[in-house]
Design a protein around this ligand. Structure first.
Ligand code: MN3
Length: 296
């Protein structure tokens, strides 16, 4: 089953004025098509012609030497551009919501730092390449790649990719790459990026969220704890500090304080709205699950 260029999910001129119709026509119809044609030509008649694109990129090491570079460049080009088109939309931009925003805040502190880090990474790519927001199953971070190398080959899930090849911007922005990057930030389809983030299979934390914790004498479901309850618990435990049998109480009080801060910083109403890694860490620090054993 040969690869083909997917249709744009919007009109060629839909991203104007940020990305011009002329740029989109060349980029989508000529450049992406060229990657697809070369990928199909490379794989035709080989044992890999039925393979899925992502699987090929994940297992470059297993390909014959004469195929590896052509797959990296052209299947990579196809996969990267397919993600690129579906990461933009007219009237995009702004910022994501949901768990993705929490994960970005957890990684970068706030959304502005994230955007500035993307800009800095884009400026750092010498020649042709990409900047990516990726997920490794536990957290999000930014990586750059050269040529058409894909983060998929490094076992990462790309959530968002910024094409820094001159063909992506030169017709409109000439050599002014930073202007192109700012324009691209205005057309990001954050809902699509969020959907990719939410689709990643993560450790199941539903058991942890259903455990109960006694807060001021009231049994409370861990997943339903909000910032105020966490603060209250931190204060109560702090008052018990120094009481002989409660050797661990100081560190647990601090962990409740940290949980309250995390909920606040990430705009999460309850523990259940946090990402899985943060939930597991908090549950361990709070002895909601036994330390060192993870999920029981
Ligand atoms: Mn391109």
């Amino acid at each position: 089953m040969a690869f083909s260029v997917p249709d744009l999910p919007y009109a060629y001129d839909a991203l104007e004025p940020h990305i011009s119709e002329e740029t989109m026509r060349f980029h989508h119809d000529k450049h992406h098509q060229a990657y697809v044609d070369k990928a199909n030509a490379a794989l035709d008649g080989t044992p890999f012609e039925e393979a899925r694109a992502d699987d090929l990129l994940r297992s470059l090491d297993e390909l014959p030497d004469d195929l590896r570079d052509r797959v990296r460049d052209n299947v990579g080009g196809h996969v990267n551009h397919s993600l690129f088109w579906t990461s933009m939309k007219p009237d995009g931009g702004g910022q994501p919501g949901g768990k993705l925003l929490g994960a970005i805040k957890g990684a970068f502190g706030n959304f502005k730092v994230f955007k500035d880090t993307m800009r800095g990474a884009a400026a750092s790519v010498f020649g042709s390449g990409w900047v990516w927001l990726v997920d490794d199953g536990t957290r999000v971070f930014i990586v750059t790649t050269t040529n058409q190398d894909s983060p998929v080959s490094d076992g990462l899930t790309p959530l968002l990719g910024l094409d820094l090849w001159e063909h992506a911007y030169y017709l409109q922005y000439e050599n002014r790459r930073p202007e192109y990057v700012d324009a691209w930030l205005e057309v990001i389809d954050w809902e699509a990026v969020e959907a990719r983030y939410d689709a990643i299979t993560r450790q199941d934390v539903s058991d942890i969220l259903l455990r109960t914790v006694s807060i001021a004498g009231v049994e409370t479901v861990f997943g339903e704890i909000d910032k105020e309850s966490a603060k209250k618990q931190a204060a109560e435990l702090k008052a018990l500090q120094g009481w002989g049998p409660m050797a661990k109480v100081g560190s647990i009080a601090r962990a409740w304080g940290e949980l309250a801060n995390t909920l606040d910083k990430r705009d999460a109403a309850t523990v259940a709205e946090l990402d899985a890694t943060t939930i597991i860490t908090a549950a361990t620090d709070l002895w909601v699950i036994p330390p060192g054993r993870g999920m029981v």
